[in-house]
Write a protein that binds this ligand. Sequence first.
Ligand SMILES: Nc1ncnc2c1ncn2[C@@H]1O[C@H](COP(=O)(O)OP(=O)(O)O)[C@@H](O)[C@H]1O
Ligand SMILES: [Mg+2]
Length: 409
Amino acid sequence: MTKTLLVLGAGVQAVEGLRQLAEQGWYIVGCDGDGEAPGFAHCDDQIIASVYHAEECVPAAVTYHETQKSIDGVMCLAVDTPHIVARIAERLGLPGLPVEIADLAVDKIAMKSRFTAHDVPTPRFEAISSITELEAFADGSPDGVVVKPVDSRGSKGVSWVREHGGLALAFDHARAWSPSSRVMVEEFTNGPQLSTESIIVDGVAHTIGISDRNYEFLETYAPHIVENGGDLPSTLSDAEVDSARNIIQAVAEAFGMLNGIIKGDIVIHDNRAQVIEVALRLSGGYFCTYEIPLNTGASTVIPTAKLALGLPVTATELTPRFQRHVIQRYIFPIPGHVLSISGVLEAASLPGVAYSEIWAKPGDRITRPENAGGSAGVVMTCADTRDEALDAMRQAMETIKVETVPADG
Ligand SMILES: Nc1ncnc2c1ncn2[C@@H]1O[C@H](COP(=O)(O)OP(=O)(O)O)[C@@H](O)[C@H]1O
Ligand SMILES: [Mg+2]
């Protein structure tokens, strides 16, 4: 019988993933707080409820299950709600992460305490309740500190501070972004950073996606941490990439996680991986829906859905079929009001351009970015060699023009 899969999140970044899931022939029920969410176009049915509010989302899923159609599995897509997925799975007796494990991923102090208890390398950290505590921690951090909310996402409220003078502002910024008003600090850890995406099956981590994170704007937009895309496969050494794979395995063991998905933020410091954080869900920002399939021919979306439905996942599915080169970059125009946008269609048809999307519109106000969310669009290129992929990106970026005028002009 056709399986019914409940997917939390039907926003713009979920569209492609929902399309891939629908292609499997499952009955897809999308859930989103926005009744006009574009991903609903690929769903067989919909539940309108805020996916970020357990008190709204869980009862809505239970009611649907009891009165409309029996749900066989639940997952989230392009939303950071593993804790709500776990609660729905628990209520409906479906496969999924135990609530206790899912909750570790939405509280960075609980998560990192678990890492240190199991000797998983992670930058030194502390929960902070005053500027004095923050100053004391900063005194022992030669490369500066990262001040962040304990429970936010997408680099929102995260600052890299190298002077005592910047600590108070960073503290207030982080607190403003934390739903529970909790702030933490970490030692800034130097080194190249990787994004990883791994499927855990029977306790074994299969790391399918590994991307070098592009932080060319780290200095430009400091104290804010603005990621400007990523490159696959990683250009780091095999030993460094293996160290990243091994740390994800160590995280799965530290969490006692048997089946599920781990998205990792990893820094390679002195040739050895340290885990900044993990999310127990698929990545956003098109990593799982476009970049990993373009790079490897493998999917993390389908195995995640199969685990959610209690279906077997085969080793073949978890093995990259090839390694093509993928470059992804966000577009950051000069801040101001958008006057005109041109070259979008021409760029999309250039050889090597795999995907492009511009979300800025004429009249929009573009502010100085505080995270990748401050971008006007995204371009992805894919080719047999890294040079070709980089070249296609250069051409696409020259072709797309987002013209702005100063906001006060
Ligand atoms: N201790 C650290 N050292 C170096 N960079 C860090 C550190 N902590 C965070 N960052 C950078 O800031 C980004 C956002 O921080 P993160 O803890 O991942 O929060 P979020 O949940 O918002 O993604 C990370 O991806 C990383 O690039
Ligand atoms: Mg992160």
